[in-house]
Design a protein around this ligand. Structure first.
Ligand SMILES: C[S@@+](CC[C@H](N)C(=O)[O-])C[C@H]1O[C@@H](n2cnc3c(N)ncnc32)[C@H](O)[C@@H]1O
Length: 237
């Protein structure tokens, strides 16, 4: 049995944790929670609080800077991987928690590469989680794709041209990390006639969840980091 686990905790609703995630988290000796801003609480940690015993289990909050600058990210990844490997080598079971799924746009992917390269003798178990996309579609009761339809997932940070290309080629486009490019994205949606077939979802699964379907309301809103857009082709009928 692996001593290192990546546990997907879902979008933020404790009821959307899998039974396997709960079992691993209750058993772990050490829980490592990522944060990007030290002054903000870890969403992943808030999601699992009711399942852990902070008297017995060691909870470590590790900061990963919110940047694309690898010179700042690589040391944070290495430090976290070393921390995880150190506990595992001492015989302690470690769970790295991540919002949504650990292999879907997650910091854990970088840690997994480092762990495999530097500590190949330490196996890593992955517990999948419900991704924000599935949770958002469920809350909006919006079918993502059916029959022969295709879906693209685009982190908006890829740029407006990539988003336009996805809109031209896929029946459904899910845009993640929309905050920095929000007004450019809205302009593109307006120009391509997608305003009426766009759903905005913020902080799905949390008490602060917001779902907007009216394009005027979507345009008036100022999104936070945990928000996404699901864009469908306009209905032809
Ligand atoms: C680094 S990705 C993490 C994705 C995550 N691993 C998953 O499986 O959903 C972060 C982006 O996912 C989306 N996201 C994550 N959690 C969300 C939530 N609770 N509500 C809405 N969007 C969310 C946002 O677009 C955010 O910018």
């Amino acid at each position: 049995m692996p001593l290192i686990h990546a546990v997907g905790v879902g979008p933020g609703d404790p009821e959307l944790l899998t039974r396997k995630a709960e079992m691993v988290l209750r058993r772990a000796d050490v829980i490592l929670a990522p944060v990007s801003n030290p002054s903000e609480a870890s969403v992943a940690l808030a999601t699992i609080r009711e399942f852990i015993d902070e008297e017995r289990q060691q909870v470590i909050v590790h900061q990963f800077p919110m940047t694309s600058d690898r010179a700042r990210l690589v040391p944070a990844w290495n430090e976290a991987a070393e921390l995880i490997a150190g506990h595992a080598e001492a015989g302690r079971e470690v769970a790295f928690i991540t919002i949504g799924d650990p292999l879907f746009y997650s910091t854990f992917i970088y840690l997994l590469r480092i762990l495999r390269e530097k500590w190949p003798h330490l196996p890593v178990g992955i517990v999948p989680g419900i991704s924000s996309i599935n949770a958002a579609a469920a809350q909006a009761a919006l079918p993502l794709v059916e029959a022969e339809e295709k879906m693209a997932v685009v982190p908006a940070t890829a740029g407006i041209e990539q988003i336009a290309a996805a809109l031209a080629n896929f029946e459904t486009v899910v845009l993640l990390k929309v905050k920095p490019l929000y007004s450019d994205i809205l302009q593109l949606l307006r120009r391509t006639g997608r305003g009426g077939s766009t759903v905005f979802v913020e902080r799905v699964g949390s008490p602060r969840q917001k779902i907007l379907t009216d394009f005027a309301e979507i345009s008036a809103h100022s999104p936070d980091y945990l928000s996404l857009l699901i864009v469908k082709q306009p209905c032809s009928s």
